[in-house]
Write a protein that binds this ligand. Sequence first.
Ligand SMILES: CC(C)(COP(=O)(O)OP(=O)(O)OC[C@H]1O[C@@H](n2cnc3c(N)ncnc32)[C@H](O)[C@@H]1OP(=O)(O)O)[C@@H](O)C(=O)NCCC(=O)NCCS
Length: 277
Amino acid sequence: MDIEASREAVGIPTPATADFWWARLRREAEGVAAREPVLAALVQSTVLDQSSLEDALSHRLASRIAGVLPADALRAVLREAFGVEALRRALRFDLAALIDRDPASDAALDAVLYFKGFHALEAHRVAHHLWRTERRDLALYLSDRVAEVFQVEIHPAVPIGSGTFIDHATGISIGASAEIGDNVSMLQGVVLGEAEEPVPGGRRHPRVGHGVLIGAGAKLLGPIEIGHCSRIGAGSVVTRSVPPNTTVAGVPARIVGHAGCAEPSRAMDQMVFDVGL
Ligand SMILES: CC(C)(COP(=O)(O)OP(=O)(O)OC[C@H]1O[C@@H](n2cnc3c(N)ncnc32)[C@H](O)[C@@H]1OP(=O)(O)O)[C@@H](O)C(=O)NCCC(=O)NCCS
C-alpha cells in the first residue's frame, strides 16, 4: 500500500483525494440539520446544497453583505475570486488558525455561518484581489459593505498574510499603507493608523510581522515595524517600532517581557503548520 492509500485507509485526506475542510463542514452541517430543525433550511441552502467550501462561504457572505447589489451577482464575484489558488489556500489557513486559537469554538461551521471577524477577513481578501486586478470600484464597494455590516474597516489595498485570526472584530480600522504578515492574531478595537505627522509620500501605517498578537483596543500609529512573534498588550498605544519576540504594553507602550511563536494556543500566538489543504 502506498503512502496516499494508507492515509486514505485510516481516514486522513490527501490533497489528491479529498478536501479536508469541505468534508468537515458538510459533516458539521448535517449534524446541525439533524438536531436543530429551525436551522435546517439555513444549513441546507448555505452548505449542503453547495459543492465546495468556497461556494458555501460565497453564498453566506453574499447574503450578508450584498446591500443594494443582487446577492447572485456578488456571489458570482466571490466564487470567482475564491477560485484563485492564493485565496483558496489563505481561506484554509485562516480556518485552521481560527479553530486552533479561538477558545470559544472548534466548529468550522460556526466560522462559515456566523463569525464576523472571519467574514470580514475573507471578504477583505476578495476586495484586495479586486483592488490588485484593477477592479477598484467594486473593491471599494465591498470594503464599504464590510465596514457597515461588521464594523471592520480595512482598506482594500492592505495585504494580509494567511493564518490570520480576527476575534470579535468590532471597531477594527486598518489604513491603506499598512501591511500584515502571516499567522497574526488581533482582537476587537485594533487600529493600524496614521501618526499625527505622516512622512510625505512614504508609508503612513504600521507593518506587522509574522506571528504577532495584537490585544483588544491596541492602537498602532505611524510607519512603525512590529517584529515577528511580538505581542502588543490590550489597550496599548504604540508609536515606536517593536523588536521581534518582544511583549509591549501600556500608554505609551513599553517593553514588559519576551514573547515567542511557540507558546500555547491560549496565548493566541502559535503558528499554523498543517491545515489539511
Ligand atoms: C500583553 C500580554 C500578551 C502580556 O501577557 P504576559 O506575557 O502574560 O504578561 P504579564 O501578564 O506577565 O504582564 C507583564 C507586565 O505587563 C503588564 N501588562 C500586561 N498587559 C498589559 C496591558 N494590556 N496594559 C498594561 N500593562 C500590561 C503587567 O501588569 C505586568 O506588569 P508588572 O511586571 O509591572 O507586574 C497580555 O497582557 C495581553 O494584553 N493580551 C491581550 C489579551 C486581550 O486582548 N484580551 C481581550 C479578550 S476579548
